[in-house]
Write a protein that binds this ligand. Structure first.
Ligand code: GLA
Length: 404
C-alpha cells in the first residue's frame, strides 16, 4: 500500500548530488527551488466562474535544480522519468506529443519570451517531484510555477508571483489543451506556510487565513486513478458553465460570471435555464461559492465541525450536480464520512479520479487510514494512497543550498 507517511521522499540534497553527477561542475553554481503541491479546502470548479476558492499549499514539493550554460542549449532531466530533452533557447516552441513533460516547460518559456524577456544563454535543469503525478494535488501546476520561478530568478527577470501564476495557467491552456482556472498556479505562486488563502478569482485579490486545525489535520486520499485533465470532461464542464451564463445574460441578468449570483438571485432566475444539466452545473457554482464564504468564517472561528459539514456538502454537490466525482472518489468520501474522528471529507481539485481530503482527528489517523483503505480496496479492487499533510510554502528558493 502506498502510505506516504512511511515512504521515503527525494531530498534536495540528493537532487544536488545527482545534478553534479549528471552535469558536472561545482555545487556553488547550482540553485535549487521548491514548488509545493496544494489542496483545495473548498470552492471547487468555481475559479473559472468568477468564484472564491480556499486552497492551501502542503508540504510535498517538487524540486528544480538549475544552472545557466555558456551556450544556448537547454537540457531537461527528471530523476524519475526516463525521458530527457535537449532544445535550443532560440527555438520557437510548439506542443508536440513526444515532448511529454517538456511541453509544460516549453510553454512557460514561450510565455516569457512573448513578454519580451531575453535569454542571454541556455540552461540545464534536473527535477525531482514528491507529488504524485496526475493525482489531483496539482503536480502540473507545481511543475509550471516551480520551473517559471526558477528560470525567472536565474535570469534575473522581474516577474511578479501573480504573473508567474498567469504564465503557468496560459502554458496549460496553450500547450496542454486544458482550459484550467487560476487557482492552482495562484496558490502555488503565493501560498504561505500555516495559512490557507481565500482567493477571489474574479479580481485576484486574496486574503491569508491562519490554518489552525487544533487536534485535527488534513489527510490526502489518492484514488490512484490517474487521469489527464486534457482527456477528461474538464473543458466540457467549463463550456457548460459558459452556456448557462450566456442564457442568463441574454435574459437580461447583469452578471459577468455565475458566482456573482447570490442564492436568492439564483432561486429567482434559475428557471431561465431550461436545460436540466446546465441548470445543475450553474446551481453547483452558486452554492459552492456560498460555502467558501461560510468555510472561511468557520475556520476563522475555529469551528471545525462546521467546516467539516461544508466539506461534505461540497462533495455531495460535486457528485450530484457537477458530476465530476466517480465511484473512486465517492467511495473514499463516503467511507471517510463513516469513520470515528473524521469531521468531513470531499474530493479536491478537478475530480474524475485524483485525490480527496479528509479532516481527521490526529489520534484517529491510523484507524482512519486502515478502515478507509479496507473499504476502498474491497469496492474498487486496488488500493488508495494516504498521507497526513502539513502545510507548505509557496514556490521558493532553498536558502541552504542557494549560493547567490
Ligand atoms: C483543476 C484546475 C483548477 C480548478 C480545479 C477545480 O485543479 O487546474 O483551475 O478549476 O481543477 O476546482
Amino acid at each position: 500500500m502506498e502510505n506516504s507517511l512511511t515512504k521515503k521522499e527525494y531530498s534536495p540534497e540528493e537532487l544536488l548530488n545527482d545534478f553534479l553527477e549528471i552535469y558536472g561542475g561545482e555545487k556553488d553554481s547550482v540553485r535549487i527551488f521548491a514548488s509545493p503541491a496544494r489542496i483545495n479546502i473548498i470552492g471547487e470548479h468555481i475559479d473559472y466562474n468568477g468564484g472564491k476558492v480556499f486552497p492551501a499549499c502542503i508540504n510535498r514539493y517538487l524540486y528544480v535544480a538549475i544552472r545557466k550554460r555558456r551556450d544556448s542549449k537547454i537540457f531537461y532531466k527528471d530523476v524519475k522519468f526516463p525521458l530527457s530533452f535537449e532544445f535550443d533557447i532560440n527555438e520557437n516552441f510548439a506542443y508536440s506529443k513526444e515532448n511529454d513533460y517538456a511541453n509544460y516547460l516549453n510553454g512557460i518559456l514561450t510565455q516569457l519570451k512573448e513578454k519580451g524577456l531575453v535569454f542571454d544563454c541556455g540552461f540545464e535543469i534536473l527535477m525531482a517531484s514528491n507529488i504524485p503525478a496526475g493525482g489531483g494535488i496539482s503536480s502540473s501546476s507545481a511543475l509550471e510555477c516551480g520551473f517559471a520561478f526558477a528560470v525567472c530568478e536565474t535570469f534575473g527577470f522581474d516577474v511578479s508571483r501573480t504573473e508567474i501564476a498567469k504564465i503557468g495557467q496560459m502554458s496549460e491552456h496553450r500547450f496542454m489543451n486544458t482550459k484550467c482556472g487560476i487557482m492552482d498556479q495562484f496558490i502555488i505562486a503565493t501560498g504561505k506556510k500555516n495559512f490557507a488563502e481565500i482567493l477571489d478569482c474574479a479580481t485576484l485579490e486574496y486574503e491569508y487565513v491562519p490554518l489552525e486545525l487544533g487536534d485535527c489535520c488534513f489527510i490526502v486520499m489518492n484514488t490512484n486513478k490517474v487521469r489527464k485533465l486534457s482527456d477528461s470532461k474538464y473543458n466540457e464542464r467549463r463550456a457548460e458553465c459558459e452556456q448557462g451564463l450566456k442564457i442568463l445574460q441574454s435574459a437580461g441578468i447583469k452578471i459577468n460570471a455565475l458566482c456573482e449570483l447570490s442564492a436568492e438571485d439564483w432561486e429567482k432566475n434559475k428557471s431561465l435555464i431550461k436545460d436540466e444539466i446546465l441548470q445543475k452545473r450553474a446551481e453547483h457554482c452558486v452554492f459552492e461559492n456560498q460555502r467558501v464564504l461560510k468555510a472561511a468564517v468557520a475556520l476563522k472561528n475555529g469551528d471545525l465541525e462546521a467546516l467539516g459539514k461544508l466539506l461534505n456538502e461540497s462533495h455531495e454537490s460535486l457528485r450530484s450536480k457537477y458530476e465530476v466525482t466517480g465511484i473512486e472518489l465517492d467511495t473514499l468520501a463516503e467511507s471517510a464520512w463513516k469513520q470515528d474522528g473524521c469531521l468531513g471529507a470531499r474530493m479536491t481539485g478537478a475530480g474524475f479520479g485524483g485525490c480527496a481530503i479528509a479532516l481527521v482527528q490526529k489520534q484517529k489517523i491510523d484507524s482512519f487510514i486502515e478502515n478507509v483503505q479496507k473499504a476502498y480496496t474491497q469496492k474498487i479492487g486496488y488500493s488508495a494512497g494516504f498521507f497526513a499533510c502539513g502545510s507548505g510554502d509557496g514556490v521558493h528558493e532553498l536558502p541552504l543550498i542557494s549560493r547567490r
